[in-house]
Design a protein around this ligand. Sequence first.
Ligand code: AQP
Length: 332
Amino acid sequence: MTRIFSGIQPTHHLHLGNYLGAIRNWVGLQHQYESIFCIVDLHALTVPQDPAALLRATREVAATYIACGIDPVKNIIFHQSGVQEHAMLAWLLGTITPLGWLNRMTQFKEKAGKARDNAGLGLYSYPVLMAADILLYKATHVPVGEDQKQHIELARDIAGAFARQFGKEVFPLPEPQIFGAATRVMSLRDGQKKMSKSDESDYSRINLTDDAETIALKVRKAKTDPEPMPETVEAMAERYEVANLVGIYGALSDMTREQVVARYAGQQLSGFKKDLTDLCVEKIAPISAELNRLMAAPGDIDAILKKGADRASAIAKPVLAETYDAMGLLRV
Ligand code: AQP
């Protein structure tokens, strides 16, 4: 049986990287497999959050999933804190996770920065909670962007360690699914940094909530170089910003990088940027319009999340019970 699990943190508006690296792929997968899509609010708490903003973002991410085309009836859409078994399984898995494994995680190093002693325990154990998210549903496949590969590998290691230690294969080894034309969308301000919700500059990303005018401004201001459009894909190897925009254009138009480069070879960047703006507006405007419509009825979003959490709980509870039994915890 194939079961998909994936999630996104409600830390800000979702952006083009979240869409192209994750959600757009989910939209295709939902018709083929049993799919569970989570809003990982407990993960969001690993860095400081304003409570009111977190609450709003949780509903907004749910609305974004639906606005992008995820069907909440066919699939399970829910918020992580709505199913308490996530936190319980994270504790249990934490007891068998060596510190050395966590010390290798690059995301912790990036997010904790130099002041590592000030980072919270939750940020450090983030990958254990993520392993719990996936293993709690015995998910077999996890569609994510490139940046999450290391965390999925850790989830596999933890599942393997559990089987070795307790002699029971409770958890299947989850496979990362990293595919699509844009597994790593880069910042519009720095072509060597990934597009991220937490980047201080809003000009670094295109949000799925942006209107046409904002998208046009961001694409126009996107950092590039003074050269015309490259003649070959190889010629943009070190033109990181241009390569990123070509990648975005290709992903949104279902064209390869080669096809995009051939279409614009030798032309001025301004013309390419104009077409890229039109393409972004064409793809994103309907999402943001639907998102705004859904956000006007927060009660309806809450009802979807409640139903989703109940369905998720029904899967999670027996898996947690199996884990208790394997580990020798009393269930009375
Ligand atoms: N730039 C990106 N390109 C491709 N995929 C991306 N993803 C995120 N950024 C890009 C994918 O989106 C999913 C959800 O990510 P997340 O919000 O849970 O965490 P993140 O990867 O840490 O995303 P951000 O935007 O960088 O958030 P902040 O700034 O809050 O940490 C994942 O599948 C991820 O691969």
